[in-house]
Write a protein that binds this ligand. Structure first.
Ligand code: NDP
Length: 311
């Protein structure tokens, strides 16, 4: 299979790159990975994507972007990228689930990021039995129960507010003495009578016979005021940030220490000529759908320009 432009990833960056690349007659192939539509498919209403004064359902937004990409001729395939060969052009990309390799003149990496876990052994033990990293996906199971959310950013606050609409009680476990979330989200959390914020608190373990029954917490860890205590909970939701999905590109593409792909200044170009990166996989700072979409547009325009320059 050959293409002038291979787009890897199906979030706002991938689909926007596909819309621009298709309209530029690059006949792109887009690989949608394990989570078609990306992270926005796990949110409820997206309130800050311009053009939707009343907000838009995350799934609907991604479905609309997908349709727009297909309308202009993007060839969408499903599979997980197993290996890339970026040593020379055209690039070879092996995708699990497709019988043949893809030979691409340019590649746009838009693989996004995945939720981080604390790294406690108990997280794996109770995975699907009380532990989750997606309130919107799993919140339904915790109607009138008690849950905890870990994190102090916008994701944690958003998840706590969402869960408060379903659960009896929500603990928000914050390791510092302040929330890092935007002011509007902080207000929603602090004004919600169902949410109790536990500041200066870390989680050190989880317990329960078969399913999750509670968490071991420490207040003021590592200080003279340190105090251990337990809370009884049925659900434990992680919202402590995201890890870029970039490992498969590591042999070739330059990244920072956290695995975010490095792009050149004022550009989506990576260290490999003809390989571009857009969206959360290359954005340690903003991580917003609209920024990812903008970066996808830039990557496609740069891919088009690059192809003209090497003709
Ligand atoms: P952030 O990186 O903003 O926040 C992560 C939170 O998790 C921080 O409070 C951090 O604590 C905490 N944390 C990290 N590691 C640990 C750990 N090991 N133990 C305990 N707590 C930990 O991630 P988000 O996913 O919340 O947001 C990412 C970006 O996406 C941000 O730019 C955010 O604004 C944006 N966003 C915007 C939304 C919107 O506008 N609707 C919705 C969701 C996200 P600490 O503060 O101590 O470092």
């Amino acid at each position: 299979m050959k293409t002038k432009c291979l787009i890897i990833g199906s979030g706002p960056a991938g689909y926007t790159a596909a819309i621009y690349a298709s309209r530029a007659n690059l006949s792109p192939i887009l690989i949608e990975g394990p989570q078609p539509g990306g992270q926005l498919t796990t949110t409820t209403t997206v309130e800050n994507f311009p053009g939707y004064p009343d907000g838009v359902d995350g799934n609907q937004l991604m479905e609309d972007l997908r349709k727009q990409a297909v309308r202009f001729g993007t060839d969408i395939r499903t599979g997980i990228v197993k290996e890339v060969m970026f040593a020379q052009r055209p690039f070879d990309v092996t995708v699990g689930g497709l019988d043949e390799k893809i030979e691409a003149e340019t590649v746009i990496i838009a693989t996004g990021a995945a939720a981080k876990y604390l790294g406690l052994p108990d997280e794996q033990k109770y995975m699907g039995m009380g532990v989750s990293a997606c309130a919107v996906c799993d919140g339904f199971f915790y109607r009138n129960r008690t849950v905890a959310v870990v994190g102090g950013g916008d994701t944690a606050c958003e998840e706590a507010v969402y869960l408060a609409g379903l659960a009896k009680k929500v603990y928000l476990i914050v390791r510092k003495d302040y929330l890092r979330a935007s002011k509007v989200m902080q207000q929603r959390v602090l004004q919600n009578p169902k949410i109790t914020v536990l500041f200066n608190t870390n989680t050190v373990g989880l317990f329960g016979k078969e399913v999750l029954e509670g968490a071991h917490l420490v207040e003021y860890m590592g200080t003279p005021r340190e105090q251990l205590f337990d809370i009884s909970i049925d659900g434990f939701f992680l919202a402590i940030g995201h890890q870029p999905n970039s490992a498969v590109f590591a042999p070739y593409v330059d990244m920072d220490n956290a695995g975010f792909i490095k792009v050149r200044a004022h550009s989506q170009a990576t260290n490999i000529d003809g390989v571009f990166a857009a969206g959360d996989v290359a954005d340690p700072v903003f991580q917003q759908a609209i920024v990812a979409a903008g970066a996808g547009c830039r990557a496609a325009l740069e891919a088009e320009k690059f192809l003209l320059s090497v003709q």
